[in-house]
Write a protein that binds this ligand. Structure first.
Ligand code: SF4
Length: 362
């Protein structure tokens, strides 16, 4: 997505009389925003944002954190009504304090562990606090019924993204990882969630109908780690220039966030939100066993030959979890490659060489 597309998406919501809430992390319970009448958009990567963070932020900070800062300082998105910041990682949490438009920010506290006693009460308290704040700031009422409806709409989108990813389960896969990622990325420009879901399903059908042009001999790669919006082109170019094909993205654009399901039949919708968002297998979690269990399951379902773990530069959560993931892949007897990268192209050549050497060994 580029800045103009994002700006036009915000304007399209305003033209329909809808306020816009932007968020940057899969931990944020967007159902609450939708139930409050907001158009909620999760921004993954904006490709023409100029890096203006030099004075405010350390040069070697995670590129995703720097990009969100620059985006929030850019006049292109000043029209957004609400910005959901969150405590996913320390870099992001502290960066949000530097943003100029503090009056537009809402801070969402993400628990840092999955299984401790405090996690569920915290998620419940955060959900209730967000609901109260939206009422106080915007007069927006969130009812159980509105949450239920928003949950249904978001579940439909999760299922559509899963259906798109599932195209790659066959041998040979239906298409390249690049085509799958691009189809999903195009959909992100659509602000209306139901329309976006329909677009993803139409893209899925288009790709399925085109039939496969991928050879069955290609080595099947699962990509895990940080969100890959800013690096996917060079990573996938490297995989596909070698004898590989990306068949599964565990990253939070795809499986990590969309394997979750919100129970819309339960009487207590806040409890349903807690169940759904507690189940986020992200490396910022102290005990992140859920990520490992998910990787094991995906490795079987997608018949994986190799795992490529991609961390953005200086992301402590994923770079430190690397060793555990490396050992885990050893136990599963699946070859593993770790890559650390940023949003520049300076390492594209080196990445190509390393990925080619890895795939050759599979
Ligand atoms: S990639 Fe890591 S450092 Fe960057 S925003 Fe995500 S959790 Fe934070």
């Amino acid at each position: 997505m580029d800045k103009l597309t994002l700006k036009q998406a915000i304007e399209a919501c305003h033209a329909k009389g809808q306020k816009v809430a932007l968020s940057f992390c899969a931990h944020v319970p967007a159902e609450i925003l939708e139930a409050a009448g907001f158009c909620s958009m999760r921004v993954f990567h904006v490709n023409d944002i100029v890096d203006t963070s030099e004075r405010a932020l350390p040069r070697n900070l995670c590129p995703a954190v720097k990009e969100v800062y620059c985006l929030l300082e850019d006049e292109a998105i000043q029209a957004a009504d609400l910005i959901i910041t969150e405590s996913s990682c320390d870099g992001k949490k502290k960066m949000y304090e530097l943003v100029t438009a503090q009056d537009k920010l809402y801070y969402y506290q993400v628990p840092q562990g999955n299984e401790r006693d405090y996690v569920r009460p915290l998620l419940r308290s955060e959900a209730n606090y967000m609901i109260k704040t939206l009422d106080k700031r915007f007069g927006a009422k969130v009812t159980e019924e509105a949450l239920r409806q928003a949950g249904k709409v978001m579940n439909a989108e999760r299922e559509a993204v899963t259906a798109l990813m599932d195209l790659q389960k066959t041998v040979p896969p239906v298409t390249t990882g690049l085509e799958i990622y691009k189809a999903w990325e195009k959909a992100q420009a659509i602000s209306d969630r139901a329309e976006r879901t329909a677009f993803i399903l139409a893209e899925r059908d288009r790709l399925a109908a085109a039939g496969t042009a991928v050879s069955a001999d290609k080595k099947r790669i699962l990509i895990t780690g940080c969100p890959i919006g800013g690096v996917y082109e060079k990573v996938l170019a490297a995989v596909e220039a070698a004898d590989g094909v990306a068949v599964c993205f565990e990253n939070c654009e795809f499986v990590k966030a969309n394997a979750r399901h919100l129970d819309t039949e339960t009487p207590d919708m806040i409890e349903a939100l807690v169940d759904c968002y507690q189940n986020t297998p992200c490396a910022i979690m102290g005990d992140n066993d859920r990520r490992f269990a998910l990787i094991e399951k995906l490795a079987k379902e997608y018949q994986i030959d190799g795992i490529l773990d991609l961390a953005l530069t200086t992301c402590h959560a994923y770079t430190v979890e690397r060793e555990k993931m490396h050992r885990f892949c050893g136990q599963l007897d699946i070859p593993y490659l770790f890559l650390e990268s940023d949003y520049s192209d300076t390492d594209a050549g080196q990445m190509k060489t390393r990925v080619a050497a890895f795939i050759e060994l599979l």
